[in-house]
Design a protein around this ligand. Structure first.
Ligand code: GDP
Ligand code: ZN
Length: 363
């Protein structure tokens, strides 16, 4: 029942005109295509109307892949050669309609989390960890990859109806035009609303800090029993390659969700476009700053600072903007700029240490 492949179409898996035209553009029309539904260490599980395969990329592809973005990710559409009923080789990746990238602090390269996602659910839980500023971080991430965000406020069972109303008002005041779905996996309030929000053949991912209830929500949507690991043979799946990073599931109503276990706090990549969308009113105000390169932190004639003074701009939102902008600027730098900055910093540290040493030597 989980794999009712006789009636399954590629469209059910999310295929559409966009991917079709990419397939033609790339000269991959004669290859069967499939969607990447799980990513393992050196292999992918892919699915099409024939079933599921364990797939690897060709040596040539690996050789040509300059960066991580060149490798397939969950959600990608790939062109295949089927080797047998369970194994396949990936020849190419079709163009991505959207892309979700993540940057862990410290790591150099951004990581492609998933591709071809229609809506990113940004989840916050209504407990002590609730943090309005985190929404912007995730919205930027979504915006950068052209993914539409929507908000899930989970754990409504922990707060009163009036508190919930005021939280919702607060979000609406800060972000106009965002869909908000309050849920509780305990009382099950809002779960039907969430399920009906999810459309057939559209792909959804769940973003949020660990502990907000992502796994609980996905399990509720799946009714749990849909994950039939036993139906998937050892060589194609979970048995052999258990270290899956993320995985795609197909809901009864036809919606497609990507599970993203172990999400840590995310950093922003080169998100200038995402920043502009999420902080559009600040960007708008900054058009009136005296200096074109105004950083909106200390400059005379800064329209942004003036707006805060006149209570026309929320101060905490401004603080969050400055913080995220710093991050985005750093990640947006190219490798050379980063090295120079690092070198400068290295020199700076050396000088400080030298001075200190001189200082202690004198003592
Ligand atoms: P994840 O890390 O985002 O995947 O979060 P989990 O789904 O693992 O949930 C983290 C904790 O929150 C678990 O102890 C869940 O039982 C609990 N939890 C999840 N949803 C709710 C909810 O709606 N209300 C309450 N009170 N607790 C919840
Ligand atoms: Zn300014």
């Amino acid at each position: 029942m989980a794999n009712d492949n006789k009636t399954l179409t590629l469209e059910d898996l999310g295929y559409n005109a966009f991917f079709k035209s990419s397939q033609l553009d790339l000269g991959l029309a004669e290859f069967p295509i499939a969607r990447v539904i799980a990513e393992y260490k050196e292999a992918y599980r892919v699915k099409n109307t024939n079933g599921e395969y364990l797939a690897k990329i060709t040596g040539r592809h690996m050789f040509n892949a300059a960066k991580r973005e060149d490798y397939p990710a969950v959600g990608d559409w790939v062109a295949l050669t089927e080797l047998d009923e369970e194994k396949a080789v990936i020849h190419g990746i079709l163009a991505r309609s959207t892309i979700l990238k993540k940057k862990y602090s410290g790591k150099q390269e951004a990581q492609v989390i998933a591709a071809n996602i229609d809506i990113a659910f940004v989840i916050e839980s209504l407990d002590r960890d609730y943090n309005l500023n985190r929404f912007e971080r995730y919205f930027i991430l979504a915006n950068e990859g052209k993914i539409k965000p929507a908000v899930i406020l989970n754990k409504t069972d922990l707060i009163s109806e009036t508190d919930l109303e005021s939280r919702i008002d607060q979000i609406k005041r800060r972000f106009n035009d965002i869909d908000i779905i309050p849920t509780s996996t305990i009382s099950e309030d809002g779960l039907e609303v969430l399920a009906s929000y999810i459309e057939k053949a559209k792909t959804y991912c769940f973003l949020g800090s660990s502990g907000v209830g992502k796994s609980s929500l996905i399990n509720k949507l799946l009714n749990k029993d849909e994950i039939k690991t036993s139906e998937i043979s050892e060589s194609t799946g979970r048995g052999k390659h258990t270290t899956t990073a993320r995985e795609m599931y197909f809901l009864h109503n036809g919606g497609i969700v990507i599970d993203n276990p172990g999400t840590r706090e995310v950093g922003i990549t080169d998100a200038s476009a995402g920043m502009e969308n999420v902080f559009d009113e600040i960007i708008h105000i900054s058009g009136n700053c005296k200096y074109a390169n105004c950083t909106h932190t200390h400059e005379p004639g800064c329209a942004v600072l003036k707006a805060i003074e006149e209570n026309k701009l929320d101060e905490s939102r401004y603080q969050n903007y400055i913080k995220l902008k710093k991050e985005a600027d750093f990640y947006g730098m190219n490798e050379l700029e980063k090295r120079i900055k690092d070198r400068k910093f290295g020199k700076f540290v050396k000088n400080v240490l030298k001075q200190r040493k001189g200082f202690t030597d004198k003592e």
